[in-house]
Design a protein around this ligand. Structure first.
Ligand SMILES: *[C@@H]1O[C@H](CO)[C@@H](O)[C@H](O)[C@H]1NC(C)=O
Ligand SMILES: *[C@@H]1O[C@H](CO)[C@@H](O)[C@H](O)[C@H]1NC(C)=O
Ligand SMILES: *[C@@H]1O[C@H](CO)[C@@H](O)[C@H](O)[C@H]1NC(C)=O
Length: 282
């Protein structure tokens, strides 16, 4: 297992925070993707400093590479609430990714998501074969939709359109955040209010990503039971505004961008992507 992995999937997320009014530039916090690490952000950090010298950039260097397979709540709770608490206290701001943006009363102003599986993942990819060689996308629900399977990050955002009842019974992360599990989140309204603290939600994805499946998950789209992609605005949790997405959308806070010809491992190393989708928000 020590060999260098062929892929670095997923949650390549980062955000800029409301800095203090005296500060020239917003602080930037970067959360790396699955099977990756803080180094993923080196290139963009250089570009940020080139354009905006003095910007504070924090790349969370935890749960890198192989260990990022552990469950997302664990990663978020541990990394964010505990280990990097110091950073976030200093920033007087809150934190990372969908789970954090919902569960913490944060001060994140803009959340930029670079091709992340925001509405789940359902596809055979190298990483799936690597970690779970005995499974394919059509049967891995048998593992992912169990308590053990929910201890893995991919299990946490696995969305099998053919096993929705099992998903609702087990999905402690995606299903829980979408407020569609049988076990109800007693704090769902608070989660919604936290998510609504965002001023901008910038969603970047593209058809040539090759890992995020369907790629529209980066725009909160997901497969229906016929494996036809339904866009964000047709999703149940959008229509009932279960976590604030509809409210943000109606306020004009959601900015969706489709960029062709970028494969998953190149989003964070292209200057064009930086200039188009990141620099304007800093
Ligand atoms: C989901 O949970 C309910 C209640 O525990 C149970 O009756 C049902 O059989 C479960 N569904 C599946 C597909 O396992
Ligand atoms: C979440 O779902 C529960 C159960 O259906 C519901 O009572 C609650 O109002 C929902 N929360 C939000 C924020 O929509
Ligand atoms: C697609 O990307 C490749 C590699 O970055 C580049 O060489 C090529 O010109 C691009 N094609 C289009 C149509 O943008």
């Amino acid at each position: 297992m020590a060999k260098r992995l062929p892929v670095s999937l997923g949650l390549l997320l980062f955000l800029s925070f409301c800095g203090s009014p005296l500060q020239a530039y917003k602080d930037v916090v970067f959360l790396h993707g699955l099977l990756a690490g803080a180094w993923e952000f080196d290139y963009f950090t250089d570009l940020i400093h080139k354009h905006h010298p003095g910007t504070k950039v924090y790349a969370v260097d935890m749960y890198s590479e192989l260990s990022s397979i552990i469950g997302l709540w664990q990663q978020e709770i541990k990394s964010v609430h505990q280990r990097s608490e110091a950073i976030f206290k200093k920033l007087k701001s809150g934190i990372i990714s969908r789970g954090i943006l919902a569960s913490v009363k944060h001060n994140v102003e803009t959340f930029i998501s670079l091709s992340a599986p925001l509405a789940g993942q359902f596809g055979d990819t190298d990483y799936l074969r690597f970690f779970f060689p005995l499974f394919i996308k059509d049967n891995i629900y048998r593992f992912f939709y169990t308590e053990e399977g929910q201890d893995t990050s991919v299990g946490n955002y696995w969305l099998d359109p053919h096993h929705q009842e099992l998903y609702r019974n087990y999905s402690v992360y995606l299903g829980f955040l979408n407020n569609e599990t049988v076990f109800i989140n007693p704090q769902s309204e608070e989660y919604r209010q936290n998510f609504l603290r965002l001023k901008n939600l910038v969603l970047v994805g593209g058809p040539d990503d090759g890992v995020i499946t369907p790629w529209q998950s980066s725009h909160f789209g997901a497969f229906d039971e016929k494996e036809v992609v339904q866009p964000m605005r047709k999703q149940k949790w959008y229509l009932n505004d279960a976590f604030g997405l509809k409210t943000l959308d109606q306020a004009g806070a959601i900015h969706m961008y489709t960029e062709p010809n970028v494969t998953h491992h190149f989003w964070h190393v292209k200057e064009k992507i930086f200039n188009k989708y990141i620099l304007p928000w800093l």
